[in-house]
Ligand binder design. Structure first.
Ligand code: ATP
Ligand code: MEV
Ligand code: MG
Length: 386
């Protein structure tokens, strides 16, 4: 029996970091995915191991499942309906990952592997399996790779548990019921906590449900956009991790609580205004420029406030300056500190200009990604024959 799930990455149009403190944020799924395949071995294939293959990185991690059971402790209770945190098991997860000798240059993967072990053992218990992950998302770059990984993993594990009831004979990709999505999102949030420390939940929520959403204090409101927004994504290729950046903002907030609360409150207003504009009736051609200018202006204001929070970076500033030469507005997306920048592409902007901007950004050593905005959330596909 084999199952494959895929979950999308995301861009944040406004509100990253401030959303951790209860401000509103606007995010959209993008059509770049992380996929997870789970294969339970046949009797002949069974070697008693739990394997995690990170196919794009050509890495495989393997644990004798009996050893994982001995270290994490046995429990007969079905846990899949109750997303939970590792708490006292954190040190054990850490040592199970440490024994895998992860290459030093890839040490950022350790928390992702801990999240895997936690989600796997809570939802599936102690069955041998091979879990394979592939991703179209650059890891640790602000496009929600950690959330897409946790969502795809949770969805695949739950599909093969009693937590989800799907038609296994149906061919092709299928979606989940609302109560199933809630469970997938709940477990993915637990995985994000292991990777991020203090996630707001926006990334796992938009990856689970897809489309464009406003997110505030754990609650999502779908945003039906009256017009398709076009953005260019630029990867500065400067590695960073969300956990450290979120911790940096927390330190600054402790040092300057009043000033930072004003910043978060301004971000809240920006996100609320942005979501209202995006939802408003489609403008006619004459008003289009004004509509897009308002969106661009709000993005520019949000970028200024992200600088106040200390999460911009010299490479991000270079992208801003380069795109501004073409009168285009950009802002960092995700946790910042490097990673990705989004640039709003107005409807009337010619393809020639887009190509010039891309060429100039690439000459600085950056990489451009094209992605559709606002697609579906997590999906599943059964491969009955295997
Ligand atoms: N495909 C994957 N396979 C294994 N681990 C992954 C994968 N994708 C993400 N991760 C884990 O998530 C970490 C990156 O998460 P991080 O939150 O720092 O960046 P991001 O999610 O890409 O950006 P942001 O949170 O700003 O959107 C990786 O170091 C790894 O631990
Ligand atoms: C930086 C942050 O706001 C968004 C990361 O994509 C963290 C979070 O909300 O969990
Ligand atoms: Mg992340």
């Amino acid at each position: 029996m084999e199952v494959t799930t895929r979950a999308p990455g995301k861009i944040i149009l406004s509100g990253e970091h401030a959303v951790v403190y209860g401000s509103a944020a606007v995010a959209s799924a993008i059509d770049l995915y992380t996929s997870v395949t789970i294969h339970f071995p046949s009797h002949i294939e069974n070697d008693g191991n739990l394997k995690l293959q990170l196919a794009d990185l050509a890495l495989e991690f393997s644990w004798p499942i009996a050893q994982v059971k001995e270290r994490l402790g046995e429990s007969d209770a079905i846990k899949c309906f109750e997303p939970s945190s590792p708490n006292s098991h954190r040190a054990t997860l850490h040592s199970l990952v440490e024994q895998q000798n992860i290459p030093e240059a890839k040490i950022g993967l350790a928390s992702g592997i801990e999240a895997f072990l936690w989600l796997y053992t809570c939802i599936q218990g102690y069955k041998p399996a091979t879990v394979t992950v592939t991703s179209q998302l650059p890891l640790g770059s602000g496009l929600g790779s950690s959330a897409a990984y946790c969502v795809a993993l949770s969805a695949a594990l739950l599909t093969l548990s009693s937590g989800v009831n799907l038609d296994m004979s149906q061919k092709g990709w299928q979606g989940f019921e609302d109560n199933e999505l809630k469970l997938v999102n709940g477990w993915a949030f637990e995985g994000e906590k292991i990777i991020h420390g203090r996630p707001s939940g926006i990334d796992n929520t938009v990856s689970t449900y897809g489309n464009m959403i406003k997110f505030k204090s754990g609650n999502l409101t779908p945003i039906i956009s009256s017009l398709p927004l076009r953005v260019l994504i630029t990867n500065t290729k400067v590695g960073r991790n969300t956990k450290a950046l979120v911790a940096g903002v927390s330190e600054r907030t402790k040092r300057h609580p009043d000033a930072m609360n004003c910043v978060f409150s301004a971000v809240d207003s920006i996100s609320n205004e942005l979501s209202e504009i995006i939802k408003s009736p489609a403008p006619n051609n004459l008003d289009m420029t004004e509509y897009e200018e308002k969106i661009g202006e709000l993005m520019e204001m949000n970028q200024g406030l992200l600088q106040c929070m200390g999460v911009s970076h010299a490479t991000i500033e270079t992208v801003l300056r380069t795109t501004l030469k073409y009168k285009l507005t950009s802002k960092l997306t995700g946790a910042g500190g490097g990673g990705c920048v989004i640039t709003l592409l107005p409807t009337l902007l010619s393809q020639t200009v887009v190509e010039k901007v891309i060429a100039e950004l690439e000459s600085c050593g950056f990489q451009n990604l094209t992605a559709g905005i606002g697609g579906k959330g997590v999906r599943v596909c059964f491969n009955i024959s295997s």
